[in-house]
Design a protein around this ligand. Structure first.
Ligand code: HPA
Ligand code: ZN
Length: 335
């Protein structure tokens, strides 16, 4: 099954670029930019990646981002991730970035978005990996800061396809950003939001109703509300699930207890994603393998995660059809 997973065409829909900062690159950028980091060695960094909940991760994740200063840093970060995609046979990826993490430190919005965009364009031409960029608002910050960020994104409408919502879910419900999302939709952005990761299933319903999102990031706590599960199935609302992330952040105790396969078998449009792979122990192949090892599945079921991700992506109908055919051909050749 390992070889089947390795070569299976994949589509990633939940990936924070800041969460792809490997300790090696963190050290290299700290040196290049003369930034102090509270670690003496790469092993010490990896030892610090032991989390007991979402907030304990976020504290370290925002600290790591301090080494990103110049446009080239954002290019290098994004490019390193795209090379990982190439290794894992990820054909299309929709990636998040958190502008406020950088603008709050005096880095301009342009520096961030231009570095990322340049790498994504090069990824398409040199690696054949297509992509979309999603700008997330940090939900622990206020509405005013989100509105300001939305305004900064305006000149870059051609580079950013959607807005999202991430950071600390508990205490910062979707309702806090209802007006920001309404405005973003008026401006032509698609919308997604993290909901039902650590927070209750009611956050998923609230995000659907108030933020008019078209897919849910995480969403695994939907299981607590059977009516909601039925709605997600009947309306084909996708969940971008991140299995290794959920174990690292103690959303589930073990992979065997993870509900992703149960949700797949109930007919939900669930997908597998890596979230913050440098912090959570793996990229796409690692996430697929961890799920398949804990939950015996047929090859068709494993491939269904790719078919679901194609359907849930923000690419055109014709691009979806092309990826669907590529995946179906692979499945036909490896029954
Ligand atoms: N949840 C919320 N915010 C985040 C995450 C996550 O998994 N990763 C990066 N920011
Ligand atoms: Zn996430």
């Amino acid at each position: 099954m390992k070889e089947f997973i390795q070569s299976l065409p994949k589509v990633e829909l939940h990936l924070h670029l800041e969460g792809t900062l490997e300790p090696e690159l963190m050290f290299a950028l700290a040196k290049r930019n003369d930034v102090d980091i509270p670690f003496n060695s790469i092993d010490q960094v990896r030892d610090a990646y032991s989390f007991h909940n979402l907030q304990s991760f976020l504290d370290i994740y925002y600290q790591g981002a301090n080494v990103l200063i110049n446009e080239q840093d954002f290019f290098d970060l994004t490019w390193a991730y795209l090379r990982r995609c190439q290794g894992d046979n990820v054909l299309h990826t929709e990636v998040f970035f958190d502008p406020q993490t950088h603008t709050a430190r005096g880095i301009s919005f342009e520096t961030v978005v231009n570095g990322i965009h340049r790498a994504l364009v090069q990824g398409a031409t040199e690696l054949g990996i297509s992509s979309k960029l999603i700008m997330c608002f940090l939900r622990h910050l206020d509405e005013e800061s989100a509105f300001k960020t939305l305004q900064q994104a305006q000149p870059h409408r051609d580079k950013i396809v959607a807005v999202g919502l991430d950071s600390s879910e508990i205490g910062h419900p979707p309702a806090k950003f209802e007006r920001v999302f309404k405005n973003a939709i008026t401006l032509g952005f698609l919308t997604v939001a993290h909901a039902g990761e650590e927070g209750a299933a009611s956050n998923i319903s609230e995000a659907l109703n108030l933020l008019q999102i078209t897919r849910i990031d995480h969403g695994v706590r939907c299981s607590e509300d059977e009516t909601l599960v039925k709605q997600l199935v009947s309306e084909r609302i996708p969940l971008t699930v991140c299995p290794l992330s959920n174990i690292k952040l103690k959303v589930f105790d073990t992979m065997a207890q993870h509900n992703i396969v149960e949700l797949l078998r109930k007919g939900l449009c669930v997908t597998i994603n890596s979230d913050d792979p440098a912090y959570f122990g793996g990229y796409m192949v690692d996430n697929f393998s961890a799920v398949a090892n804990a939950h015996p599945m047929s090859k068709m079921e494993i491939a269904q995660f790719t078919f679901n991700a194609i359907a849930a992506s923000f690419i055109s109908k014709s691009e979806k059809e092309r990826l669907r055919i590529v995946t179906q051909s692979y499945l036909d050749l490896h029954p």
